[in-house]
Design a protein. Structure first.
Length: 129
């Protein structure tokens, strides 16, 4: 039986779960806010990782604060299409089906403990460069 390719990944390799990938600073270079039309060049390692996941039939969503403003989503969608990721969902909302979040600002904690995962690095904002 031939596999069916579509944006509906409800029966994907990881079931109906998805991986969130931040845009600015994770998937695209970030050098400060320059307006919603500006998105930096792709970060090659992350771009290739996302493409590998898609080839494995894993749903990936772009998880970005930009999606909190409707007018900021079309430039993200264009950037995705220009970089070989056309059709990815752009969101700023988690749900119970999110498996992982890849983000340059995350600090991971051990579930139900409030304790940092070993090797997690957190610096108070006033001490960040």
């Amino acid at each position: 039986m031939a596999s069916k390719k579509s944006n509906d990944r409800s029966e994907s390799r990881i079931g109906n779960r998805w991986i969130g990938v931040d845009l600015d600073g994770t998937l695209a270079q970030w050098d400060g806010w320059k307006g919603h039309q500006h998105i930096g060049p792709p970060i090659p390692a992350m771009l290739e990782r996302v493409k590998r996941w898609l080839k494995m039939d894993i749903e990936v969503r772009v998880f970005t604060a930009r999606a909190s403003v409707a007018d900021h989503i079309p430039p993200v969608e264009k950037w995705l299409a220009d970089n070989g990721l056309e059709g990815l969902r752009v969101t700023n909302q988690k749900d119970y089906k999110m498996l992982q979040l890849w983000d340059d600002r995350c600090v991971q904690v051990i579930p139900n403990s409030g304790e940092l995962v070993k090797n997690a690095n957190w610096t108070p904002p006033s001490q960040q460069s």
